[in-house]
Write a protein that binds this ligand. Structure first.
Ligand code: F6P
Length: 330
């Protein structure tokens, strides 16, 4: 292994910079040249890369976003685009790649293997935590902290006004952020894509809580929930009109969609450390000749999982977490 390319792709995640730093420094430590490919697959197609030095990655641990920029590249979805990208890497003598991204990035890699002749190790960089083969993804903990901070603040105003708030969090097709932010924030209901939502049952549960003395409630909904996002849930809740059927005065309901602030900000310690460990591990594994795998952490140990498994196998939500959420919301 003489030259490694590192890039970030898809939605940015706090800790991506710490991962880049680890890849660059580990590569140089082992005498391997490292280049940073700009704007993910887009930069690969357009031939945009820069040589990375020890000092190109100084002071990066605490910064959010990604210094290499990122994108969601349509051209890479075509065989011609992928061939162009591979041709560029071959022309630059890049014989190893570290891809930092989420589900979409790793899915792209599967097809790319038909074009690119070098070796590839991926790092799980996404706030969604939806990749099989790692207990946590880089960026997830920071995103949950951000969502929690919002929920804590909403709880203040919800309590003062005696309102119900529906708070929508990100997570794409997974409910990890919703589950952890919901338990950590003391939500009365947590609606996630992994469990079919029974809105009637959820609202009855909220009403029961008020009958038992609650004067405010938080419903955390994952954006990928089967009943839709927060606004759709509000509409459906209004149509059900359950408070009237149950002879109760109408609940005052508001919606908050947290959105992209979940992707920004200073990474919390967990994401910095995870990114540092996985970045170093990925480069060591590339040098050892490993290929076509994602570097993750399972039970506190770095481990490789075939990229195919990370994409096609579903990471389950902890059933005990579901139970905890239910019991503690009464
Ligand atoms: O995958 C990360 C993520 O933030 C998802 O949670 C969300 O669904 C998506 O990206 C939003 O993507 P974009 O910034 O392209 O709208």
């Amino acid at each position: 292994m003489k030259k490694i390319g590192v890039f970030t792709s898809g939605g940015d995640a706090p800790g991506m910079n710490a991962a880049i730093r680890a890849v660059v420094r580990t590569g140089i430590y082992y005498g391997v040249e490292v280049v940073g490919i700009l704007r993910g697959y887009h930069g690969m197609i357009e031939g945009e890369s820069i040589k990375m030095e020890l000092r190109s990655v100084s002071n990066l641990l605490k910064s959010g976003g990604t210094i290499l920029k990122t994108s969601r590249c349509k051209e890479f979805k075509t065989p011609e685009g992928r061939q162009k990208a591979a041709d560029y890497l071959h022309s630059q003598g890049i014989d190893g790649l570290v891809a930092i991204g989420g589900n979409g990035t790793l899915t792209g890699l599967l097809e790319f293997r038909k074009h690119y002749k070098g070796k590839v190790i991926a790092l799980p960089g996404t706030i969604d935590n939806d990749l099989y083969g790692t207990d946590y993804t880089i960026g997830y903990h920071t995103a949950v902290e951000t969502a929690l901070e919002v929920i804590d603040k909403i709880k203040d105003t919800a309590g003062s006004h005696e309102r119900v708030f529906i708070v929508e969090v990100m997570g794409a097709h997974a409910g990890f952020i919703a589950m952890d932010a919901g338990i950590g924030g003391g939500a009365e209901e947590i609606l996630i894509p992994e469990i079919n939502t029974d809105l009637t049952a959820s609202i009855i549960q909220i009403i029961e809580g008020w009958r038992k003395g609650k004067t405010s409630s938080i419903i955390v909904v994952a954006e990928g929930c089967s009943e839709g996002g927060a606004y759709q849930i509000l509409e459906k809740a209004k149509q059900l009109d359950l408070t009237r059927h149950l002879g109760m005065s109408e609940l005052d309901i508001r919606v908050v969609v947290i959105g992209h602030i979940q992707r920004g900000g200073t990474p919390v310690f967990f994401d910095r450390v995870l990114a540092s460990k996985l970045g170093t591990y990925a480069v060591e594994k590339l040098i050892e000749g490993c290929d076509n795998a994602m570097a993750g952490e399972l039970n506190h140990q770095c481990a490789l999982t075939p990229i195919e498994d990370t994409v096609y196998k579903k990471k389950p939500i902890d059933p005990f977490a579901l139970k905890v959420a239910k019991i503690l919301a009464i």
